[in-house]
Ligand binder design. Sequence first.
Ligand code: FPP
Length: 234
Amino acid sequence: MTDKILLPEHIGIIMDGNGRWAKKRGLPRNMGHKKGAEVFEDISKYCKELGIKWLTVYAFSTENWRRPKEEVDGVMNLMRSYLKNMKKAANEHIAVRFIGDKTPFDEDLLRLMEEAENADVGEVITTVQIALNYGGRDEIVHAVKEIVNDIKAGKLSSEDISEESISARLYSGTPEADLIIRPSGEERLSNFLIWESAYSEFVFMDVLWPDFTRKDLDKAIEEYSRRNRRFGGL
Ligand code: FPP
C-alpha cells in the first residue's frame, strides 16, 4: 500500500460467500467454510502486520442455527481446529476474544474459547473478535438486561443511562467500527455490529470470502482512507 493511508482502528468483516464458492466448484458447503477459515487466519495475520488494532469477524450469527445440522457442526469443528492450532508462533501478538451469546456452546468448545482468550500472546498488536452466536440486536438486548440488573442492584440510577453506559455493556470490546467490509456482492449488514456501525464506512466487494486476498483488504482500506469522514459535522 502507498504512504499517507489512513488506517482504520477497527475493521469488521462479514465473511460471506463460502457456500457459493463451494457450489461453484461442486463441493460441499463446508469446504467453502474451511477455505473461509484459512482466509480468516491469513487476514488476521495481515491485520497484525498492518497494525490494525481491532478486527471483528462474523463467523456465526444467532440466525445461523437454522442451517442444516451438518453445516452448523462443520463450522463449530472448524472453530475447534482453529483454536487448537492457535499456539503457532504466527499467532503471536494477536489476542482473541469471542463476542456473542456463549450459553449454547458445548463444554469442550467453551474451554477452548476460554483458553484462547487467556493465552499469553506477548504484546498485543491486534485483537481479533470472533462473533459467534452473535446478533447485533441480541447484543443490545443483553446490554439493556445488564443495565436493568445494575439498577435493581443499586449500582446504577436510571438517570445514568446513556450511550456510554450502553456501549460499556456490549459484547464488543470496542464500540466503534471504522470500516465494515462485506464481500460476496451482498449489500446488507445482516444484524452485524449494528450499534458499533453508526458512523462506519461500508465497503461492499464482489469477491467471495474464500477468494478474498490481502490485496482486497488493501483496496478496502484505500477506499476507507479516500472517504472524508465527518461524523455528522461540517
Ligand atoms: C457466510 O457464508 C459464512 C458463514 C455463515 C460462516 C462463516 C464461517 C467461517 C468462515 C469459518 C469460521 C471459522 C473460523 C476459524 C473463524 P454463506 O455460507 O452464507 O455463503 P453463501 O451466501 O454463499 O451461501
